[in-house]
Write a protein that binds this ligand. Sequence first.
Ligand SMILES: Cc1cc2nc3c(=O)[nH]c(=O)nc-3n(C[C@H](O)[C@H](O)[C@H](O)COP(=O)(O)O)c2cc1C
Length: 310
Amino acid sequence: MMECTDRHFRYLVRLISRRILLYTEMITTGALVHGDRDRFLQYHPLEQPIAIQLGGSDPAELAESAKIAADYGYSEINLNVGCPSGRVQKGRIGACLMADPDTVAAGVAAMRLNGSVPVSVKTRIGIDSQDSYEFLANFVEKVRDAGCRKFVIHARKAILTGLSPKDNRKVPPLRYNRVFRLKQDYPELEIVINGGICSLDQAEEHLSRVDGVMIGREGYKNPYLFSELDRRIYGDDREVRSRAEVLSEYLPYVQQQLDQGLLLSGITRHMLGLFHARPRAREWRRTLCELGRARHVDAGVIMRALTVIE
Ligand SMILES: Cc1cc2nc3c(=O)[nH]c(=O)nc-3n(C[C@H](O)[C@H](O)[C@H](O)COP(=O)(O)O)c2cc1C
């Protein structure tokens, strides 16, 4: 998620769940091929398993980007065919590509040519008036035939003109049945459902119909939601870390980042939701915002914010 799932947020979530698959923000192929690669691609090894999401449609650029991402050690390379923003449409990126499955298939084939890292596609159930199940199934078949075995489906269509990206995440109705049907019709594919899933209870229900669940907004707003995930979904019997334990493990990482010249606010902004819906959560957020504005602080100040809660 753009502006959300950067490496600092991902590291925090990794301390909450050892098993969850993390995704980067969308990175355009142009940025990777022509830009500062380390800036976009560097991550802490502890974040693994981590999937990179690419935005692009030119097969040559996708192939080169996939190769670069593989060299950085990403576990999965995901192509964004779901973003409805007008800006990305101009660059032939995102949901508009659903109308052109041959281009997506060519991109996937090119991405696979260069390496052994699995390629997945994140998409919607349709776009504009092209919103039948057959349209979705035809898209999936063409992309499958190019070698994609995993699809993440945001279970609402995208409306490409006249609706903001934000409204495109809530106005078109969720149609989970479309995704369930896709899994029934293509049992050999790995189908991951996305959209409006807010709890592990809901995730578990979905997992009886599909192979995976992607949680976006709720996970950012309330990352501690994932604390029971390893135990409930993966049967992992290791101790669940308390929020305080997560924080004390996060501190050395934060200090390392500060030592490299990063501003504390770039990290604290991702911690605001850690005490979501807990008593004094507002004081936690306010204290973090104040700390984030301070200059020349060390990571220990975060523990001071914790005393506000306790
Ligand atoms: C701030 C924000 C940024 C997002 N950025 C991306 C992105 O970079 N790539 C992507 O595939 N989806 C992106 N999304 C969409 C989410 O991944 C997800 O598909 C959508 O929010 C629906 O799932 P949810 O109800 O679990 O949030 C973004 C959503 C938000 C709110």
